[in-house]
Design a binder for this molecule. Sequence first.
Ligand code: SF4
Length: 442
Amino acid sequence: MTEKIKIVTLGCEKNLVDSEIMSGLIHERGYSLVEDKEDATVIIVNTCGFIDAAKEESVNTILDLAELKETANLKALIVSGCLTQRYKEQLMDEMPEIDGIVGTGDFDKINDIVDEALRGSKPILVGNPVFNYEQKLPRKVSTPRFTTYVKIAEGCDNACTFCSIPIMRGKFRSRSMESIIAEVEELAAQGVKEVSLIAQDSTNYGTDLYDQFMLPTLMNRISEVPGIEWVRLHYAYPGFFTDELIDAIADNPKICKYIDMPLQHSEDAVLKRMRRPGRQRDTRELVAKIRARIPNVSLRTSLIVGFPGETDQDFENLCEFVKDIKFDRLGVFTYSSEEGTPATRLPDHLDEEVKEFRANTLMEIQRQISNEVSGKHIGQVLDVLVERYEGRNDVYVGRSQYDAPEIDGEVFITDCKVGIGEIAKVRITHAFEFDLSGEGVS
Ligand code: SF4
Protein backbone atom coordinates (compact mmCIF):
# COMPACT_ATOMS: atom_id res chain seq x y z
CA MET A 1 0.00 0.00 0.00
CA THR A 2 1.34 3.45 -0.94
CA GLU A 3 2.09 5.61 2.08
CA LYS A 4 -0.30 8.53 2.59
CA ILE A 5 1.57 11.63 3.62
CA LYS A 6 0.27 14.85 5.16
CA ILE A 7 2.38 17.98 5.63
CA VAL A 8 1.39 20.41 8.39
CA THR A 9 2.97 23.85 7.87
CA LEU A 10 3.47 26.29 10.74
CA GLY A 11 5.10 29.74 10.71
CA CYS A 12 5.82 31.98 7.74
CA GLU A 13 5.50 31.83 3.95
CA LYS A 14 9.15 30.81 3.66
CA ASN A 15 8.24 27.65 5.55
CA LEU A 16 5.22 27.25 3.26
CA VAL A 17 7.48 27.26 0.18
CA ASP A 18 9.69 24.60 1.79
CA SER A 19 6.57 22.49 2.46
CA GLU A 20 5.48 22.90 -1.15
CA ILE A 21 8.86 21.61 -2.31
CA MET A 22 8.65 18.65 0.06
CA SER A 23 5.16 17.97 -1.39
CA GLY A 24 6.61 18.07 -4.90
CA LEU A 25 9.40 15.64 -3.99
CA ILE A 26 7.01 13.28 -2.16
CA HIS A 27 4.56 13.33 -5.07
CA GLU A 28 7.42 12.69 -7.54
CA ARG A 29 8.47 9.65 -5.45
CA GLY A 30 4.97 8.21 -5.91
CA TYR A 31 3.66 8.60 -2.37
CA SER A 32 0.14 10.04 -2.13
CA LEU A 33 -0.43 13.38 -0.43
CA VAL A 34 -3.50 13.58 1.79
CA GLU A 35 -5.34 16.54 3.35
CA ASP A 36 -7.07 14.67 6.19
CA LYS A 37 -4.68 13.82 9.04
CA GLU A 38 -6.90 10.84 9.94
CA ASP A 39 -5.97 9.21 6.61
CA ALA A 40 -2.23 9.82 6.91
CA THR A 41 0.29 7.03 7.55
CA VAL A 42 3.10 9.60 7.69
CA ILE A 43 2.83 13.20 8.96
CA ILE A 44 5.50 15.87 8.52
CA VAL A 45 5.22 18.87 10.84
CA ASN A 46 7.11 21.79 9.29
CA THR A 47 7.75 23.80 12.43
CA CYS A 48 8.46 27.43 13.37
CA GLY A 49 11.00 28.30 16.06
CA PHE A 50 11.07 32.09 15.86
CA ILE A 51 9.66 33.10 19.24
CA ASP A 52 8.33 31.36 22.38
CA ALA A 53 4.70 31.36 21.22
CA ALA A 54 5.67 29.78 17.90
CA LYS A 55 7.82 27.13 19.59
CA GLU A 56 4.96 26.27 21.93
CA GLU A 57 2.54 25.93 19.01
CA SER A 58 5.02 23.65 17.22
CA VAL A 59 5.47 21.36 20.24
CA ASN A 60 1.73 21.19 20.92
CA THR A 61 1.02 20.38 17.29
CA ILE A 62 3.55 17.52 17.35
CA LEU A 63 2.01 16.11 20.55
CA ASP A 64 -1.56 16.40 19.23
CA LEU A 65 -0.71 14.65 15.97
CA ALA A 66 1.22 11.90 17.75
CA GLU A 67 -2.07 10.70 19.24
CA LEU A 68 -3.07 9.57 15.75
CA LYS A 69 -0.69 6.64 16.22
CA GLU A 70 -3.29 5.32 18.68
CA THR A 71 -6.49 6.67 17.15
CA ALA A 72 -5.84 6.48 13.39
CA ASN A 73 -3.33 5.12 10.79
CA LEU A 74 -0.23 7.09 11.69
CA LYS A 75 3.01 5.07 11.44
CA ALA A 76 5.65 7.81 11.36
CA LEU A 77 5.78 11.41 12.66
CA ILE A 78 8.53 13.55 11.17
CA VAL A 79 9.54 17.04 12.28
CA SER A 80 11.14 19.58 9.94
CA GLY A 81 11.64 23.36 9.90
CA CYS A 82 13.18 25.94 12.20
CA LEU A 83 12.54 24.22 15.55
CA THR A 84 14.75 21.31 14.46
CA GLN A 85 17.65 23.63 13.68
CA ARG A 86 17.71 24.86 17.28
CA TYR A 87 16.63 21.84 19.31
CA LYS A 88 17.35 18.64 17.34
CA GLU A 89 18.79 16.71 20.31
CA GLN A 90 16.17 17.89 22.82
CA LEU A 91 13.35 17.09 20.38
CA MET A 92 14.50 13.51 19.86
CA ASP A 93 15.44 12.97 23.54
CA GLU A 94 12.33 14.53 25.08
CA MET A 95 9.73 13.54 22.47
CA PRO A 96 9.80 9.76 21.79
CA GLU A 97 6.72 10.33 19.59
CA ILE A 98 9.03 11.73 16.90
CA ASP A 99 10.29 9.22 14.30
CA GLY A 100 12.53 11.48 12.25
CA ILE A 101 13.98 14.99 12.10
CA VAL A 102 15.10 17.03 9.09
CA GLY A 103 16.62 20.52 9.16
CA THR A 104 15.90 23.73 7.23
CA GLY A 105 18.82 23.00 4.91
CA ASP A 106 18.12 19.30 4.31
CA PHE A 107 14.42 19.07 3.41
CA ASP A 108 15.34 18.16 -0.18
CA LYS A 109 16.14 14.71 1.25
CA ILE A 110 12.67 14.31 2.78
CA ASN A 111 11.96 11.05 0.92
CA ASP A 112 15.01 9.37 2.44
CA ILE A 113 13.91 10.57 5.90
CA VAL A 114 10.41 9.15 5.33
CA ASP A 115 11.86 5.78 4.28
CA GLU A 116 14.23 5.66 7.26
CA ALA A 117 11.52 6.74 9.72
CA LEU A 118 9.18 4.01 8.43
CA ARG A 119 12.02 1.51 8.96
CA GLY A 120 12.18 2.75 12.57
CA SER A 121 15.77 4.02 12.47
CA LYS A 122 14.83 7.43 13.98
CA PRO A 123 16.86 9.48 11.40
CA ILE A 124 18.18 12.93 12.31
CA LEU A 125 19.42 15.02 9.36
CA VAL A 126 20.11 18.55 10.54
CA GLY A 127 23.21 20.06 8.95
CA ASN A 128 24.41 23.60 8.53
CA PRO A 129 21.62 25.43 6.65
CA VAL A 130 23.57 26.13 3.46
CA PHE A 131 21.06 24.67 1.02
CA ASN A 132 19.58 27.02 -1.63
CA TYR A 133 16.90 25.49 -3.85
CA GLU A 134 16.95 26.01 -7.57
CA GLN A 135 14.04 25.58 -9.96
CA LYS A 136 14.85 21.99 -10.83
CA LEU A 137 13.21 20.86 -7.63
CA PRO A 138 9.50 20.00 -8.00
CA ARG A 139 7.10 22.27 -6.09
CA LYS A 140 3.42 21.64 -5.44
CA VAL A 141 2.00 25.13 -4.95
CA SER A 142 -0.69 25.16 -2.23
CA THR A 143 -1.91 28.75 -2.60
CA PRO A 144 -4.78 29.65 -5.01
CA ARG A 145 -3.66 29.16 -8.63
CA PHE A 146 -3.42 32.90 -9.39
CA THR A 147 -1.09 33.96 -6.54
CA THR A 148 2.03 32.51 -4.97
CA TYR A 149 5.21 33.22 -3.04
CA VAL A 150 8.67 33.03 -4.59
CA LYS A 151 11.66 32.70 -2.28
CA ILE A 152 14.52 34.77 -3.74
CA ALA A 153 17.09 34.20 -1.00
CA GLU A 154 17.59 32.38 2.28
CA GLY A 155 19.30 33.17 5.57
CA CYS A 156 20.45 36.54 6.94
CA ASP A 157 23.71 38.30 7.81
CA ASN A 158 22.24 41.25 9.70
CA ALA A 159 22.44 39.75 13.20
CA CYS A 160 19.81 41.88 14.94
CA THR A 161 20.34 41.18 18.65
CA PHE A 162 16.81 39.84 19.28
CA CYS A 163 16.62 37.52 16.28
CA SER A 164 17.17 33.76 16.13
CA ILE A 165 16.63 33.47 12.36
CA PRO A 166 20.34 33.43 11.42
CA ILE A 167 20.72 30.48 13.84
CA MET A 168 17.88 28.60 12.10
CA ARG A 169 18.31 29.69 8.49
CA GLY A 170 22.06 30.34 8.22
CA LYS A 171 24.07 32.90 6.30
CA PHE A 172 22.46 35.08 3.60
CA ARG A 173 22.46 33.41 0.17
CA SER A 174 20.70 34.59 -2.99
CA ARG A 175 19.21 32.24 -5.57
CA SER A 176 20.50 32.74 -9.08
CA MET A 177 18.38 35.13 -11.14
CA GLU A 178 18.06 32.48 -13.86
CA SER A 179 16.57 29.96 -11.42
CA ILE A 180 14.06 32.51 -10.11
CA ILE A 181 12.97 33.62 -13.59
CA ALA A 182 12.65 30.00 -14.75
CA GLU A 183 10.46 29.23 -11.72
CA VAL A 184 8.29 32.32 -12.32
CA GLU A 185 7.85 31.28 -15.97
CA GLU A 186 6.66 27.83 -14.83
CA LEU A 187 4.28 29.41 -12.31
CA ALA A 188 2.92 31.91 -14.86
CA ALA A 189 2.29 29.01 -17.24
CA GLN A 190 0.14 27.46 -14.45
CA GLY A 191 -1.93 30.66 -14.24
CA VAL A 192 -0.12 32.65 -11.53
CA LYS A 193 -0.71 36.41 -11.90
CA GLU A 194 0.66 37.69 -8.57
CA VAL A 195 4.13 36.87 -7.30
CA SER A 196 5.03 37.82 -3.71
CA LEU A 197 8.80 37.94 -3.27
CA ILE A 198 10.02 36.62 0.09
CA ALA A 199 13.31 36.14 1.92
CA GLN A 200 14.61 36.96 5.38
CA ASP A 201 16.11 40.10 3.83
CA SER A 202 14.84 40.68 0.25
CA THR A 203 16.67 43.97 -0.27
CA ASN A 204 20.08 42.34 0.06
CA TYR A 205 19.32 40.22 -3.01
CA GLY A 206 22.32 39.71 -5.29
CA THR A 207 25.10 41.21 -3.18
CA ASP A 208 26.64 37.76 -2.58
CA LEU A 209 26.22 36.38 -6.13
CA TYR A 210 26.55 39.57 -8.24
CA ASP A 211 28.41 41.93 -5.87
CA GLN A 212 25.61 44.51 -6.05
CA PHE A 213 21.99 45.08 -5.07
CA MET A 214 20.03 43.32 -7.80
CA LEU A 215 16.46 43.44 -6.45
CA PRO A 216 15.31 46.24 -8.81
CA THR A 217 16.64 44.29 -11.81
CA LEU A 218 15.06 41.07 -10.56
CA MET A 219 11.64 42.68 -9.97
CA ASN A 220 11.67 44.27 -13.44
CA ARG A 221 12.64 40.96 -15.09
CA ILE A 222 9.91 39.07 -13.20
CA SER A 223 7.36 41.67 -14.33
CA GLU A 224 8.31 40.92 -17.96
CA VAL A 225 7.34 37.24 -17.66
CA PRO A 226 4.17 36.78 -19.75
CA GLY A 227 1.10 36.35 -17.54
CA ILE A 228 2.56 38.03 -14.46
CA GLU A 229 0.46 41.10 -13.52
CA TRP A 230 1.67 41.91 -10.00
CA VAL A 231 5.07 41.67 -8.33
CA ARG A 232 4.97 42.29 -4.57
CA LEU A 233 7.85 43.01 -2.20
CA HIS A 234 8.05 41.58 1.33
CA TYR A 235 10.71 41.75 4.06
CA ALA A 236 12.61 44.83 2.92
CA TYR A 237 15.50 45.74 5.21
CA PRO A 238 15.59 49.54 5.66
CA GLY A 239 19.40 49.57 5.56
CA PHE A 240 19.46 48.34 1.95
CA PHE A 241 16.51 50.31 0.52
CA THR A 242 18.18 52.02 -2.45
CA ASP A 243 16.98 54.85 -4.72
CA GLU A 244 17.08 52.36 -7.63
CA LEU A 245 14.58 50.17 -5.76
CA ILE A 246 12.30 53.15 -5.10
CA ASP A 247 12.48 54.06 -8.82
CA ALA A 248 11.72 50.49 -9.93
CA ILE A 249 8.62 50.34 -7.71
CA ALA A 250 7.53 53.83 -8.80
CA ASP A 251 8.06 53.39 -12.55
CA ASN A 252 6.98 49.80 -13.20
CA PRO A 253 3.14 49.48 -13.33
CA LYS A 254 3.38 45.75 -12.63
CA ILE A 255 5.27 46.23 -9.36
CA CYS A 256 2.74 46.69 -6.56
CA LYS A 257 2.85 50.05 -4.81
CA TYR A 258 3.25 48.06 -1.64
CA ILE A 259 6.28 47.92 0.64
CA ASP A 260 6.63 45.60 3.64
CA MET A 261 9.60 46.98 5.59
CA PRO A 262 9.99 45.85 9.23
CA LEU A 263 11.47 48.76 11.26
CA GLN A 264 11.21 47.15 14.70
CA HIS A 265 11.42 50.45 16.64
CA SER A 266 11.76 54.25 16.30
CA GLU A 267 13.99 55.26 19.21
CA ASP A 268 17.71 55.58 18.52
CA ALA A 269 18.86 54.08 21.82
CA VAL A 270 16.60 51.04 21.32
CA LEU A 271 17.57 50.67 17.64
CA LYS A 272 21.22 50.71 18.72
CA ARG A 273 20.70 47.92 21.28
CA MET A 274 18.75 45.98 18.62
CA ARG A 275 21.69 46.45 16.24
CA ARG A 276 19.26 47.79 13.63
CA PRO A 277 20.44 49.96 10.69
CA GLY A 278 20.08 53.75 10.74
CA ARG A 279 18.35 55.92 13.28
CA GLN A 280 14.92 57.58 13.42
CA ARG A 281 16.05 60.51 11.25
CA ASP A 282 17.11 58.03 8.52
CA THR A 283 13.78 56.20 8.74
CA ARG A 284 11.81 59.42 8.44
CA GLU A 285 13.90 60.51 5.44
CA LEU A 286 13.46 57.12 3.76
CA VAL A 287 9.67 57.09 4.32
CA ALA A 288 9.42 60.69 3.05
CA LYS A 289 11.50 59.83 -0.04
CA ILE A 290 9.36 56.75 -0.78
CA ARG A 291 6.09 58.68 -0.38
CA ALA A 292 7.36 61.57 -2.51
CA ARG A 293 8.30 59.20 -5.33
CA ILE A 294 5.35 56.74 -4.89
CA PRO A 295 2.47 58.90 -3.57
CA ASN A 296 -0.10 56.09 -3.32
CA VAL A 297 2.26 53.56 -1.76
CA SER A 298 0.89 51.20 0.93
CA LEU A 299 3.50 50.94 3.70
CA ARG A 300 3.50 47.96 6.04
CA THR A 301 5.90 47.63 8.94
CA SER A 302 6.35 45.60 12.11
CA LEU A 303 7.48 46.88 15.51
CA ILE A 304 8.72 45.17 18.67
CA VAL A 305 7.61 46.53 22.06
CA GLY A 306 9.13 45.69 25.42
CA PHE A 307 12.72 45.31 24.22
CA PRO A 308 15.15 45.22 27.18
CA GLY A 309 15.69 48.74 28.50
CA GLU A 310 12.70 50.27 26.65
CA THR A 311 11.67 53.13 28.95
CA ASP A 312 8.20 54.64 29.37
CA GLN A 313 9.51 57.64 27.42
CA ASP A 314 10.83 55.40 24.61
CA PHE A 315 7.40 53.82 24.33
CA GLU A 316 5.56 57.16 24.39
CA ASN A 317 7.87 58.39 21.62
CA LEU A 318 7.19 55.20 19.64
CA CYS A 319 3.45 55.89 19.89
CA GLU A 320 3.99 59.47 18.66
CA PHE A 321 6.13 58.13 15.80
CA VAL A 322 3.33 55.74 14.71
CA LYS A 323 0.73 58.53 14.94
CA ASP A 324 3.00 60.74 12.85
CA ILE A 325 4.05 58.30 10.11
CA LYS A 326 0.59 56.69 9.72
CA PHE A 327 1.59 53.31 8.32
CA ASP A 328 -1.10 51.67 6.22
CA ARG A 329 -0.46 48.32 7.87
CA LEU A 330 1.25 47.58 11.18
CA GLY A 331 2.22 44.36 12.96
CA VAL A 332 3.20 44.63 16.65
CA PHE A 333 5.17 41.96 18.49
CA THR A 334 6.19 41.73 22.14
CA TYR A 335 9.91 41.12 22.67
CA SER A 336 10.61 37.41 23.18
CA SER A 337 13.88 36.53 24.90
CA GLU A 338 15.37 34.00 22.48
CA GLU A 339 18.07 31.57 23.65
CA GLY A 340 21.37 32.12 21.85
CA THR A 341 20.61 35.73 20.87
CA PRO A 342 22.71 38.64 22.28
CA ALA A 343 19.67 40.57 23.58
CA THR A 344 19.07 37.94 26.28
CA ARG A 345 22.22 39.22 27.99
CA LEU A 346 21.03 42.84 28.03
CA PRO A 347 19.92 44.36 31.39
CA ASP A 348 16.42 45.66 32.22
CA HIS A 349 14.14 42.99 30.79
CA LEU A 350 10.45 44.01 31.15
CA ASP A 351 7.53 42.08 32.65
CA GLU A 352 5.17 40.31 30.23
CA GLU A 353 2.23 42.45 31.48
CA VAL A 354 4.08 45.65 30.55
CA LYS A 355 4.88 44.23 27.10
CA GLU A 356 1.26 43.15 26.51
CA PHE A 357 -0.05 46.55 27.67
CA ARG A 358 2.29 48.36 25.27
CA ALA A 359 1.37 46.06 22.35
CA ASN A 360 -2.35 46.59 22.94
CA THR A 361 -1.87 50.35 23.28
CA LEU A 362 0.01 50.55 19.97
CA MET A 363 -2.55 48.38 18.14
CA GLU A 364 -5.35 50.63 19.42
CA ILE A 365 -3.53 53.66 17.97
CA GLN A 366 -3.13 51.79 14.66
CA ARG A 367 -6.83 50.87 14.59
CA GLN A 368 -7.71 54.58 14.45
CA ILE A 369 -5.05 55.21 11.79
CA SER A 370 -6.32 52.28 9.67
CA ASN A 371 -9.79 53.80 9.61
CA GLU A 372 -8.31 57.09 8.47
CA VAL A 373 -5.89 55.81 5.80
CA SER A 374 -8.26 53.29 4.20
CA GLY A 375 -10.67 56.17 3.53
CA LYS A 376 -8.21 57.65 1.01
CA HIS A 377 -9.34 55.10 -1.60
CA ILE A 378 -13.01 56.15 -1.64
CA GLY A 379 -13.98 57.30 -5.15
CA GLN A 380 -10.89 55.71 -6.72
CA VAL A 381 -11.14 52.93 -9.33
CA LEU A 382 -8.77 50.17 -8.17
CA ASP A 383 -7.52 47.02 -9.89
CA VAL A 384 -8.65 44.12 -7.69
CA LEU A 385 -7.49 40.51 -8.03
CA VAL A 386 -10.74 38.55 -7.50
CA GLU A 387 -10.08 35.69 -5.09
CA ARG A 388 -13.45 34.20 -4.09
CA TYR A 389 -17.21 34.30 -4.42
CA GLU A 390 -18.90 35.25 -1.17
CA GLY A 391 -22.37 34.17 -2.37
CA ARG A 392 -24.39 36.48 -0.07
CA ASN A 393 -25.77 39.39 -2.16
CA ASP A 394 -23.74 38.06 -5.10
CA VAL A 395 -20.57 39.55 -3.60
CA TYR A 396 -17.06 38.69 -4.81
CA VAL A 397 -13.97 39.33 -2.68
CA GLY A 398 -10.48 40.23 -3.74
CA ARG A 399 -7.41 42.31 -3.01
CA SER A 400 -5.97 45.44 -4.53
CA GLN A 401 -2.24 45.98 -5.04
CA TYR A 402 -2.24 47.71 -1.64
CA ASP A 403 -3.06 44.49 0.23
CA ALA A 404 -0.93 41.37 0.55
CA PRO A 405 -2.45 37.88 0.80
CA GLU A 406 -3.53 36.67 4.23
CA ILE A 407 -2.13 39.57 6.31
CA ASP A 408 -3.88 42.68 4.95
CA GLY A 409 -7.38 43.82 4.00
CA GLU A 410 -9.83 42.82 1.26
CA VAL A 411 -12.17 44.46 -1.23
CA PHE A 412 -15.84 43.38 -1.31
CA ILE A 413 -17.21 43.74 -4.84
CA THR A 414 -20.82 44.02 -5.97
CA ASP A 415 -21.66 43.69 -9.64
CA CYS A 416 -18.30 42.09 -10.35
CA LYS A 417 -17.62 41.88 -14.09
CA VAL A 418 -14.89 39.24 -14.11
CA GLY A 419 -14.29 35.76 -12.66
CA ILE A 420 -12.10 34.42 -9.86
CA GLY A 421 -8.40 34.78 -10.62
CA GLU A 422 -9.03 37.78 -12.90
CA ILE A 423 -8.30 41.45 -12.21
CA ALA A 424 -11.44 43.61 -11.94
CA LYS A 425 -11.70 47.40 -12.03
CA VAL A 426 -13.67 48.43 -8.94
CA ARG A 427 -14.93 51.88 -7.94
CA ILE A 428 -14.44 52.12 -4.16
CA THR A 429 -17.54 53.38 -2.35
CA HIS A 430 -16.90 52.48 1.30
CA ALA A 431 -13.90 52.03 3.58
CA PHE A 432 -13.76 50.09 6.86
CA GLU A 433 -10.99 49.53 9.41
CA PHE A 434 -9.09 47.10 7.20
CA ASP A 435 -11.36 46.42 4.20
CA LEU A 436 -12.95 48.31 1.32
CA SER A 437 -16.08 47.78 -0.74
CA GLY A 438 -17.11 48.91 -4.21
CA GLU A 439 -18.85 48.26 -7.51
CA GLY A 440 -17.43 46.47 -10.50
CA VAL A 441 -16.67 48.87 -13.39
CA SER A 442 -15.07 46.44 -15.83
S1 SF4 B 1 17.11 41.36 9.36
FE1 SF4 B 1 15.34 40.18 10.01
S2 SF4 B 1 15.90 38.02 9.76
FE2 SF4 B 1 17.78 39.26 9.71
S3 SF4 B 1 18.55 39.20 11.80
FE3 SF4 B 1 17.33 41.08 11.55
S4 SF4 B 1 15.25 40.52 12.20
FE4 SF4 B 1 16.39 38.61 11.85
